[in-house]
Unconditional design. Structure first.
Length: 282
């Protein structure tokens, strides 16, 4: 099985891919999220893994646009607690470090720890890339902030574990595949968008259709339509216990919304289970 991820070998996306599919997969590293979607769409990868939101930073709006623009199906999801670690070449001591490099978001997540030291901070394109640079270039006075998997892959020594300021930092990832229309009989979550008329009360009219149904809207996210200034699409994550409840709700939404498009119906990654259950650790 080939799984496309955004980022370099050792990234958090790779951790999620292995947690979701197991170790016996071929990882295809992509420089951008759009490239991940394209690999899946063209068939060079069986699945793709993309981050969609973070419990601290919020939604990644550009990736909702990817869902809209590519004819892909959401096959599942996973949650990962993000643990950032300081790593360097074996034998390096904290007092030897002069600079630290990582993705800008990772640096921000660890700022309380970093401010305790007089280190130069260098922004890079990816956490795993930073670890690879330290290892391949044998940078003796440089440390990277990345995952424990990166340290293992590139032969680096972790000098400080879990240095991010907020420990309850989770990222939600979506699993993408080519659209095949398969409906999992055990699915309990759906992701979709709808479009309404640009007039008073139109959004409320759509949302009211879920009021008396046995569904829970766990997320409502608006994002702009570039070709229609000041008009928006609304993304919904809908949780339910039975497919009948979901299907009945969708029919009601289609009656009042201008457009309804379902990205996928799948099993919630947040539900504790033995089958692709909640991902919480590396």
């Amino acid at each position: 099985m080939k799984v496309a991820i955004q980022g370099y070998e050792g990234s958090f996306h790779q951790i999620v891919a292995h947690k979701y599919f197991g170790e016996r997969i071929e990882i295809i590293s992509c420089p951008t999220f759009r490239k991940v979607a394209k690999c899946v769409e063209e068939g060079s990868a069986d699945y793709g893994v993309i981050a969609i939101e973070n419990s601290i930073a919020g939604s990644i709006l550009a990736n909702y646009k990817i869902l809209q623009n590519h004819n892909l199906q959401v096959a599942g999801e996973g949650y990962l607690r993000i643990k950032q670690n300081l790593m360097a070449l074996p034998g390096t001591r904290l007092e030897d470090i002069k600079e630290v490099q990582s993705h800008p978001m990772a640096l921000l997540q660890c700022m309380d720890y970093l401010e305790e030291h007089d280190w130069k901070l260098i922004e890079s394109e990816d956490t795993a890339y930073s670890a690879r640079e330290v290892a391949q270039k044998q940078l003796k006075n440089t440390a990277a902030i990345a995952s424990t998997l990166s340290a293992k892959i590139y032969g680096l020594e972790i000098l400080a574990e879990d240095i991010n300021t907020i420990k309850e930092n989770f990222t939600r990832f979506m699993i993408l595949k080519q659209r095949d229309g398969f409906l999992d009989p055990f699915a309990n979550k759906a992701s979709l968008y709808f479009k309404t008329k640009h007039e008073r009360g139109s959004l409320l009219k759509v949302l009211e259709q879920t009021k008396d149904e046995n569904v829970n809207l766990s997320k409502l996210q608006s994002y702009p339509i570039p070709s229609e200034p000041w008009h928006y699409l609304f993304h919904i994550d809908m949780e339910f216990d039975y497919l009948d409840d979901y299907q009945r709700t969708i029919k009601k939404l289609e009656e009042v919304a201008d457009e309804v498009h379902v990205y996928g119906v799948y099993r919630s990654g947040f539900k504790e289970s033995s089958d692709n259950g909640k991902i919480i650790e590396e």
